[in-house]
Design a protein around this ligand. Structure first.
Ligand code: HEC
Length: 278
């Protein structure tokens, strides 16, 4: 390029710019043709800072994506169960997938119960048992109405950090009685049911009914993702919260995401603290 041409170019551009501004302000040349973010194009373009469509933009309404890009990668970060869990070190659920669904009615997050002594928990349990029986039966899940007549494998109610710090016992049906062989139990046969009714401690030393947790072993091939366990949770008012492959099935996935950590040889079972085993 000659020196002369350079002069020509550099002297022409300010003129062109000036003309462009002039035209734009007169409205004779729509600036949108050159700039997709300008004027009219802005209406459709969600990249524009002052996008008038932002309110309708489904991405703008998503509070999860832009604010916390780590949440998806580290479901434990938000886990309300982790810090309180005294078993964390030995617990196969330390990499707790419970928080994978922190927005749902996560039974680990929902309650913030008070501590009860063993004596208080047992007394409150005895007081509430009859009401639990009728309340859980409201769910119309047959096992929820029957399990109080089965085998209680727990000495007295213990606090379970992985089930929302509630106090609970484990009750199994006859088919699942090998559960009480604990780590030697192996694979339980189809038809085995384990029920975990709960009570929630209150600061005055009394308790309220909590949700009922259940696992039922289904025939091989029923649902490989949950090791063929059907997980059920019934709310404290007796309504059904969810069931694997049934109501709110996806909301129940966090149950097996944690339980599967026990592995095939333990059949997804995590068992109770030794001092509470009967
Ligand atoms: C963060 C991990 C975690 C999640 C999530 C979890 N559990 Fe458990 N579950 C355990 C642990 C640990 C035990 C054994 C110790 C205890 O009772 O606290 C257990 C025990 C059980 C048992 C007795 C059988 C066994 O494995 O020993 C049942 C039934 C049960 N859970 C049901 C459920 C249901 C239903 C859900 C979902 C609504 C659920 N659990 C979610 C960790 C979890």
């Amino acid at each position: 390029m000659t020196y002369r041409k350079m002069l020509f170019c550099s002297s022409l551009s300010p003129i062109a710019l000036g003309l462009g501004i002039g035209f734009a302000s007169l409205g004779t040349i729509p600036p949108a043709q050159a700039n997709p973010c300008a004027a009219k194009a802005c209406m459709e373009n969600p990249c524009c800072a002052k996008n008038p469509c932002a309110a309708k933009n489904p991405c703008a309404a998503n509070p999860c994506a832009p604010k916390n890009p780590c949440a998806a990668k580290n479901p434990c970060a938000a886990n309300p169960c982790a810090p309180k869990n005294p078993c964390a070190a030995k617990n196969p659920c330390a990499a707790n997938p419970c928080a994978a669904n922190p927005c749902a009615a996560n039974p680990c997050a929902a309650a913030q119960p008070a501590e009860l002594s063993d004596a208080q928990a047992t007394a409150e349990w005895d007081r509430l048992v009859a009401t639990m029986r009728t309340t859980y039966a409201l769910s119309n899940i047959p096992a929820a109405a029957q399990f109080f007549d089965w085998i209680n494998v727990t000495k007295n109610p213990y606090q379970s950090s992985t089930h929302g710090d509630r106090y609970l016992v484990n009750i199994v049906n006859d088919t699942g009685k090998d559960y009480a062989k604990w780590e030697e139990a192996g694979q339980l046969p189809a038809g085995s049911i384990i029920a975990k009714p709960t009570i929630v401690g209150k600061t005055d030393g009394s308790a309220d009914i909590g949700p009922l947790f259940m696992m039922e072993k289904m025939p091989t091939g029923w649902n490989a993702a949950s090791m063929d366990w059907k997980y059920t949770m019934i709310n404290a008012d007796g309504s059904l919260w969810g069931q694997t492959k049934g109501t709110n099935s996806s909301g129940m996935n966090f149950c097996f995401e944690c339980h599967n950590a026990a592995g095939e040889e333990s059949d997804g079972l995590l068992f109770l603290p030794e001092e509470y085993r009967r």
